[in-house]
Ligand binder design. Sequence first.
Ligand code: AP5
Length: 217
Amino acid sequence: MRVVLVGPPGAGKGTQAQFIASHLAIPTISTGEIFRFNVSTGTELGRVAKAYMDRGDLVPDEVTIAMVAGRLQEDDAQAGFLLDGFPRNVPQAETLKKMLADWGTKLDLVLELVVDDDEVVRRLSGRRTCRRCGRVWHVLFDPPSRSEHCDDCGGELFQRDDDREETIRHRLEVYQQQTQPLITFYADEGILLGVDATGPVEEITDRALSALRRFIR
Ligand code: AP5
């Protein structure tokens, strides 16, 4: 299956992507994660992306699209993929549609995680990520047993630079202005499914998977 996960910052896209992708046996392709990997390893792509990410702005389309096009052509993405964080505006969605059509395929489904702004701020301001294994925690909703360290691998936990409250508010504005129009775009294509993304993580996964089963039946 070729699936896109869309939703505001902090909706739980990364959290849900791992469970949904593993259930469908497809790779997750997260543009945010690819950018952060490039920032942390000091590549030219990371250098270009960092200034935009720190402000909470979108990285320019030509940079992002070239990166995704390359990743989608790798072997593990040929039988399907779950895109987390791409597309993020209508030009990216149109390019993705054309790119897939050129390869003789198309998206099957777009899952929208629906959550309100106050919950987003609560989730993002408490998010902590492991520097070693990348596991995501939350200081209140999913706390590690030692506050500064990952239970899985013992790595140090850090707060993302773009998870400061004023940057979170700006990311939400960017979402409203640039990403929200995708909801209409994909509704018009007849492949949009909304999922209530509030409540416990496992319940949201169950909701997403049962919506998905109904859709593909
Ligand atoms: P990206 O990494 O994609 O950021 P985002 O969309 O803002 O999403 P987040 O990663 O912040 O949140 P999430 O929805 O994955 O939530 P999570 O599961 O972590 O992009 C970062 C930047 O890269 C962008 O700002 C932009 O600059 C650039 N970029 C990326 N893609 C781009 C593109 N296509 N074009 C241009 N630029 C691009 O959960 C958040 C927290 O909540 C965690 O602590 C988690 O433990 C907790 N949580 C999750 N679910 C629940 C729950 N049910 N209850 C309680 N807590 C929960």
